[in-house]
Design a binder for this molecule. Structure first.
Ligand code: BG6
Length: 486
């Protein structure tokens, strides 16, 4: 197998892909004949690139490589090719390199570059006959963002499909590689007690929070064109929504799972009130006198001084089907918030509570919290009498915390996803129709917000909980956000 990374000297390669491949090599998951070809226009040869790989592994692996022979074996598999991605010459060299690999009958192309280059690379590969699906088994792995809106995503898809049919494309959403996001299917469908309750008769609301404490770092140029709705909601938050709310699939086979996710994504809508701002809050981080060392968004590198891009979004939406009609889904995500965590909160209705406790002020609705990061945990809040203290009730958590990740967004998600791609399993990769429906929904929102941002974008000080309007959004519906450890 040959694994070709376009963008082999980028952050993604050094931080995620190479550590993931190294760990897979250590677990003997990669073939003996595995070859890695890293491509970029940085001036390296294979020797100097291997040194870079070695230092990336020391920097980004949880425990740096301990066995020199294993490290050497891995590094020997790597070749480097310096080339301009938009020029034909380099592709001819790539073809020679591929031909020199003894068993190069299976190629994975990983496009770890900006999406504008995706069709350019595909076209050049085709010109040198490296896109021939008859001769070799070819797969294409690509990162989000897949387009910037529905129109650009469709155009990109059309261009890619001329060289790579849908069944050869693996679109990565790294949240689908996170252990607890993957666990949602098991939690829902391997536990008989949950399925009968998983509907609008028993569930009052669903909240999904992906909160980040980091800012945009060096990605200002990209981020300022995208913002939280396009960068996070269209992908990670809607994927989590789809898994949480989908119907039971016929099997765990990839098309059955993705068919059900699509059914959710195509039925998403904001309430049909005239004013979008009744259901959408957009915010942008601003300076905080308590943290003078942290820049406001508009002062970040490559961000426009008068930028109206949202770094925070909160939404109230619905999924229109028999199971979920009337259950509000609250999504929120933002950068430079007080804490980094991601969780799904399912609040059950308390209308069925036995009359004996009906009015008791200390008795609360049952809540199921699926914590995706930093800890991977499920906890269920139940009402109990405080032992030995008589009539005082407290919310008791029954929880299962498997482990607390020492580092967030660790290579494990990529390891899992690459492993699945190598085995040809596709359920953790987004199919085109999922992307399409997610964009359709996000486009509706961005379109309605356009032109009104100046007036409605809420500034929030860095390292706080975001705009207070997001709290008010829920308060108007007698609800409130459940924070981490609430
Ligand atoms: C990426 C977004 O997809 O996910 C980033 O482009 C974001 O803006 C990141 O920071 C968050 O991932 P994680 O795994 O750190 O929660």
């Amino acid at each position: 197998m040959i694994f070709v990374i376009f963008g082999g000297t980028g952050d993604l390669s050094y931080r995620k892909l190479l550590p993931a491949l190294y760990r897979m090599a250590g677990r003997d998951v990669l073939d003996q004949d595995f070859r890695l070809i890293a491509i970029s226009n940085d001036p390296h040869d294979s020797q100097s690139y291997r040194k870079k790989v070695q230092s990336a592994l020391s920097d980004y692996l949880e425990s740096p490589p301990a066995e020199p022979e294993a490290l050497e074996r891995f590094l020997e598999k790597a070749e480097y090719l310096q080339m301009e991605l938009d020029q034909p010459e380099g592709y001819r060299l790539l073809k020679d390199l591929v031909a020199s690999c003894p068993k190069g009958d299976r190629i994975f192309y990983y496009f770890a570059v900006t999406p504008e280059l995706f069709p350019v690379i595909a076209e050049h590969l085709d010109e040198v006959d490296l896109c021939d699906h008859q001769k070799r088994k070819l797969s294409l792995l690509i990162e989000k963002p897949f387009g910037r809106d529905l129109k650009s995503a469709m155009a990109l898809n059309r261009k890619l499909n001329t060289r790579f049919p849908e069944e050869t494309i693996f679109r990565i959403d790294h949240y689908l590689g996170k252990p607890m996001a993957r666990n949602i299917l098991t939690l829902r469908f391997a536990n008989d007690i949950l399925e009968p309750l998983w509907n609008n008769r028993h569930i009052e609301s669903i909240q999904i929070t992906v909160s980040e404490s980091a800012g945009v770092a060096h990605r200002g140029r990209f981020y300022d064109r995208f913002g939280a709705l396009r960068d996070m909601v269209q992908s990670h938050l809607l994927q989590l929504t789809a898994i949480t709310m989908m119907e039971p699939p016929e099997s765990l086979g990839s098309d059955h799972v993705r068919d059900q996710k699509v059914q959710v994504l195509e039925r998403l809508s904001l309430p049909q009130e005239r004013d979008i701002w009744d259901n959408v809050v957009l915010g942008q981080y601003d300076a905080n006198p308590d943290h003078p060392e942290v820049a406001a968004y508009q002062e970040e590198e490559d961000v426009a001084e008068d930028s109206l891009t949202e770094t925070y979004a909160a939404l109230r939406l619905f999924v229109h089907n028999d199971r979920w009609e009337g259950v509000p889904v609250y999504l929120r995500t933002g950068k430079r918030l007080a804490r980094k965590y991601a969780q799904i909160v399912v609040t059950f209705r308390d209308t069925v509570r036995h009359r004996l406790f009906g009015d008791h002020p200390a008795v609360h609705a049952n809540v199921l919290v699926i914590s995706i990061q930093p800890d991977e945990a499920v906890s269920f809040r139940m009402n109990m009498e405080n032992f030995g203290l008589g009539e005082i009730y407290s919310a008791t958590r029954m929880s299962s915390c498997t482990e607390c990740l020492p580092d967030l967004n660790t290579p494990e998600a990529y390891e899992t996803l690459l492993g699945e791609a190598f085995r040809g399993e596709r359920s953790s990769f987004t199919r085109w129709d999922e992307v399409e429906h997610a964009w359709r929904f996000v486009d509706q929102i961005t379109r309605q917000c356009e032109g009104k941002r100046r007036e409605h974008l809420k500034r929030y000080p860095v390292w706080t909980d975001g705009p207070k309007e997001a709290d008010e959004l829920l308060a108007r519906h007698d609800s409130s956000w459940v924070g981490k450890d609430d």
